[in-house]
Write a protein that binds this ligand. Sequence first.
Ligand code: ADP
Ligand code: MG
Length: 720
Amino acid sequence: MSEQIEQARADGRSALTEPEGKALAAQFGLVVPQSVLVSPKEDLRAALQGMSPPFVVKVISPDILHKSDAGGVKVGLTDHAAVSEAVQDMAAIPAIASANVEGYLVEEMAPAGQEIVIGGLNDSQFGPMVMVGLGGVFVETLKDVAFRLCPISEVDAHAMLAELKGEAILEGARGSQTVSLDAIVKALLNVGGKDGLMHRYGNDIEELDINPLIVNAESAVAVDARVILSAKPEPEATAQTNDAVPPIERFRPLFEPKTIAVIGASTTSSIIANTFIRRMKAYGYDGDIYPIHPKADKIEGLKAYPDLGQTPKPIDYAYVATRADRIPDMIGAAKGNVKFAQVISSGFREVDEGVALEADLLRQAKAAGCRVIGPNCLGLYSPRGKVTFPVDAPKELGTVGVVTQSGGLGTDIIKRGQWRGLRFSGFLTVGNCADIGPADMLEFYLADPETTVIGFYLEDIGDGRRFFELLRLSETQKPVVILKGGRSELGRMAAASHTGALADNMAAWQALVAQTPCTMVDTVDAFVNALLTLQQLTARPSRPTERVVLFGNGGGTSVLATDFFAERGLKIAPFPEKTRETLEALGLPPGTSVVNPIDTPVGTLQHEEGRVANEILEIVYETAAPDAVVMHLNLAAFVGRGDVDPIDNLFEAAVSIGEKYPGQAHFVLALRSDGSAEIDNKKRDYRQRALDAGIPVFDELPDAAEALAALRHIERRFRG
Ligand code: ADP
Ligand code: MG
């Protein structure tokens, strides 16, 4: 441990003094001013030997946090006499005279420059973080700051600066002094990089403010450093799976259980556990199901057993839905006979009375060698193991792996996703995450060969640090979509520093998104859409999606969409001359516009029964090489316009152009309905046909824009 931190802890202090903080910062390569701590009575001429003016004097006292506010900072002192006078004056200020003063820090003034702030923070879920902002009003009133999780790379450091709204000021905008971005980047790496201060001492340091770092064209000097120590020097022991068994084998009994026990089914009435057994039979589960019941011989036509320890074969997966207070003992009775128990019942940590019960559950499960999922959840849906909790879930094995902390929302996502074309490789509701948490499931899905895209609904990530490290270090790159609940909670209530006060509760999440192939959405529909997009389309890191071609019927619709796409950084830019001329040469019916967006009225789309789309797309792909093509069809406009149904030919055009130019443009479709039963039915049919052709379908163009923006984010985050 650092001697400064050790000393402070030995003294029972919760913060380092400014000289200690600076000494610690200097050990990590930050430049600090040369300084000396003096007392008012000292011979200053001797004390300042070897230092060059101008000087700064600062009061050093554990009672004075904001020195300037107390009159405890004096700058621009030209010699030892001026320093001496400043010290005497300061000592006479009542607020300082009555404080416990350790001395006066005399330091050389840093060369003039711009003031920026670098901060550090130990997030309760994600661990060490680093922050940067411009000094003064930018930080204080505009909260113009950027956070990242440690360790950051040089690229991350540059991205942090680019993220600041006031970044132009650093570049010398409006007469401001140009500063060395490299010097700031270096300082950021000293604090937040791989061997940086926060990465090394993140568990000891609760908050760190370097405020300001004075930067000019040559140097960056940390003239103030404030270090608040964390209450707990050691990281909390987390419920990590240090299981030596690789994740796929570890979780196979869960996703492909050969034997299932069910606790909570009744002989007389039909309650949730009975429903589970019936659904499992209907879904075609072909392993053994053992109802557990203290007295009954048979439940749902199956032979019942008295407890989890007395089944004919060991249990891979136990479904537990009974009175909460009985559950810990029942799991305890398993004694090595159960690999995974999913506790559906509520009444645990989510209510005050259940906190102790959940602790008991965990203790007994551990003693019985059983991993717990839940409590307070709804179940598992795993097509590969023929396990389901929702009714009529799709049987085919898909590629989307999902974990949700809300069971009800889980059912929504499965069912809504099902009709939009999502197919799952696994779907686990994890409730309170007493034992198995999001990071465990991320580890599984990253390793699982069936899974290509991963979705989470999260309220509380638990071991966020492990989640981040898994994403950061994983060899297999898979896109992750997070639907985050509880975004509006208040931030850290008791921050002792600037940095702490500036970190709202989403700062770490935003950093996670900025640093890993992980995108965040805020509605169930956006979640399903993003997953669908990533299920259907392959991320293309070599050329992240940016230039989009819009093609369909509805002029105003495409004008509105062009704005919406542009606001998300997706460009629908007019075609190059060659493309336009070639398209014009097709001699399409009047009313057609062939700049981008391509506006094709119904009559045009019906032209040659829709085969005209082939020719249009061919020209677009050949001469404009877009990153993505969005086709949009206003289905209501087709009604009563002759008996040509061009849809199949339009889809066929989309498929064949994709085959002809593999990997060139992502193709997506917006099928717009007026909401009437007639058009909605048509749309359902068309949607299925498009999905069968591998094309992701959205309800409206803004949905398509958001989905493509999510895809682009993943493409940027993937290593090429
Ligand atoms: P506090 O934040 O506790 O009020 P600081 O140590 O940050 O005190 O000093 C207040 C201000 O004085 C700084 O924001 C900076 O503008 C200026 N200052 C302090 N030390 C120096 C220095 N060594 N060189 C140049 N300016 C300094
Ligand atoms: Mg300061």
